[in-house]
Design a protein around this ligand. Structure first.
Ligand code: THU
Length: 134
C-alpha cells in the first residue's frame, strides 16, 4: 500500500520529469515516475523522433531506466499529462511484463489524480512471461 506521502512525491517527480519531454511533433508532453520495491524512484519522459514510430513513451522510459539499472520489482507508477491521458497499449504491455498488480496512478499537471487502476485492470487478459515460459 502506498502512503499519501509516497504518492505525492511520485506525482511531484513525474510533473518535473515531464519538463524534459522531447515532443516537438505531437507537442504532448508526458512525465512518469516509477517506485521500485527497493524504494528507488526512476523518472521518464516521452522522447519523439523524426521517424515517428521510434518514439518512446514516458512510462517505458522510466521502466527501461529501472530495468537497465538492475531493478525489476515495481511498487507503483505515476503518469502525468496535461489532460490526465491514460497509458497507451504498448506501455500497458511493458508494465504487464513486470507486475500485473502494480497500481497505475494517472494525474494531470496540477497534480490532481484522475484515476488509479492496476495494470491487470488496464490490460485484462494480458500476455505475460507465464504464457511464454510455463
Ligand atoms: N505517450 C506517452 O509518453 N505515454 C503514453 O502512454 C501515451 C503516449 C506519448 C507518445 C508521444 O510522444 C505522445 O505521447 C503522443 O502520442
Amino acid at each position: 500500500m502506498l502512503t499519501q506521502a509516497q504518492k505525492d512525491e511520485l506525482i511531484r517527480q513525474a510533473i518535473d520529469a515531464r519538463k524534459n519531454s522531447y515532443s516537438p511533433y505531437s507537442k504532448y508532453a508526458v512525465g512518469s515516475a516509477l517506485l521500485t520495491k527497493t524504494g528507488k524512484i526512476y523518472t521518464g519522459a516521452n522522447v519523439e523522433n523524426a521517424v515517428l514510430p521510434l518514439t518512446n513513451c514516458a512510462e517505458r522510459t522510466a521502466i527501461f531506466k529501472a530495468v537497465t539499472d538492475g531493478e525489476k520489482l515495481f511498487e507503483a507508477i505515476v503518469v502525468v499529462t496535461e489532460n490526465a491521458g491514460t497509458p497507451c497499449g504498448s506501455c500497458r504491455q511493458v508494465m504487464a511484463e513486470f507486475n500485473l498488480d502494480m497500481p497505475v496512478i494517472i494525474a494531470d499537471t496540477s497534480g490532481k489524480i484522475a484515476c488509479e487502476m492496476t495494470v491487470a485492470q488496464l490490460l485484462p487478459g494480458a500476455f505475460t512471461p507465464k504464457d511464454l515460459i510455463p
